[in-house]
Design a protein around this ligand. Sequence first.
Ligand code: ATP
Length: 568
Amino acid sequence: MSESRGVKPGPEPADRVVIGITFGNSNSSIAFTVDDKAEVIANEDGDRQIPTVLSYVDGDEYYGTQAKAFLVRNPSNSIAYFREFLGKDFKSIDPTHCHAAAHPKDNAGSIFFSVEDKDGESEASSVSVSEAATRYLRRLVASASDYLGKKVTSAVITVPTNFSDKQREALIKAANDADLEVLQLISDPVAAMLAYDARPEAVVEDKIVVVADLGGTRSDVAVVASRGGMYTILATAHDYEFAGVQLDQVLMDHFAKEFIKKHTTDPRSNAKSLAKLRQEAEATKKALSLGTNAQFSVESLAEGFDFSSTINRLRYEMVGRKVFEGFNRLVEGAVKKAELDVLDIDEVIMCGGTSHTPRIANNLRNIFPESTKILAPATSVSAINPSEAQARGAALQASLIQEYEANDIEQSTHPAVTTVKHISNAIGVVTVNTDGEDVFTPIMQAETAAPARRTVHIAAPKNGGDVLIRIVEGGTHIKVTKPEPKAKEPVDGDKDSDSDSDLDSDEEEEEKREKIWKLGTKLAEAAVKGVKKGGKVEVTINLAADLGVTITAREVGGKGGVRGILAA
Ligand code: ATP
């Protein structure tokens, strides 16, 4: 994952005022750190999730919630869902979401919007995607500067993992044009992980994490190995079919049908009614994340008819079942793509606004084993607000690197997303248990990024003596145990009851799946002689940057030891 930084000479490190920014297609957020704690800033409208919309009315520029409200009354002068278009040419974009806003237009491949009333100009004027991004970022920075009482100069901005180099360059240029230095672009999933790993209660441990970033127009899943504070992205999946707007659509269709029953007219056939329907459906959807019942109420929805109704969560989950299932498939697909099993996943971090939805978190709870933490409001009391995690992570990263000279930031390694080599199999030690069976204990997990060093202590036999250490590579496989079919107990002459019991046993038990270590190539064997009674042997594995491995084994508190070097 290449990290990029601003190209324009920025302020001196000592003069910087830094924030973290998430710049989404639907919403954006700004965050800053105080005493090593990141906080998301509310703008002048009191919003922490600020709609990524600009609207031009009577020569004034509105942004955020105010601009989003104009999507009903003034859609053709409102620019929305444009972040995705940065650095792309007209032919490669999907303008679907802009149907209810200013339409993107083609100017020899580059994309622009045509709006009236911009800067007091009565003529229609064109706003390029880059200019829209600059104008919007300028508003975000102004809000942050107002809040902090000093001018914000620099930011870390998060981007999707599939943002191309061209898109990164376009974003940096748009920010620079808004007089904002880009310290670094970090990937969305890593930003969320930083927010979690920076909490005081966080333990730095080796783990495999799935980050499910479920937004308004896209859902992105990343499988990330976190090894000693280094993050390696193992697989990613991107989807534009299952996201927040599809859940809005489910509710729009549901209430439109009710409206048609009452008034025999479809509110979806008129642009203004459709926009009203969409905004209220989104509000109802959000209310259903918190409560089990929600109101839907719109004045003059269509043909002058007011409309008011209610829906409960169960009904919503039923009408939205197909979309909810889509999120499951997306997450499972990403795990598979990383050639892992759900049993390998230690945590699922859910972020992005749609992750507030209880059904999605509960569904993931059912897919993963109990040992996997599902970090979402519905499934964990310690979850970070999914709408805030990434902005917080960006702010933390900004405060970590703000004292570096711009030129050095690229070399700054903490905390880095790595493209460095990593081992594909675990390395561990094989000992023999009291039943004489080989037992594999992993010392270094698969996907550990090089260089790394890990140490374990192994108990010597009860009475001391020589300890044989076998270091091997370990792979995992999933052992599936099918439930044993119940033994048929012939009941005299009663065939029916027989087949009943068969049916029952099929339905009762599910197959059992466990992660089993499979021993691979032997790397080294060493004997530590004459270990004291009750003593321990310390085994250290040192993985060099070129994947060369050095293994040392010695008695804890004893003299000497054995050391072996294996080439990469
Ligand atoms: P994208 O770039 O994918 O369009 P984003 O990153 O700009 O998305 P987010 O704020 O992460 O935007 O997600 C916006 C989506 O989250 C919207 O569909 C919004 O309705 C939904 N959302 C926000 N809060 C909630 C909530 N409490 N319950 C359910 N959905 C919510």
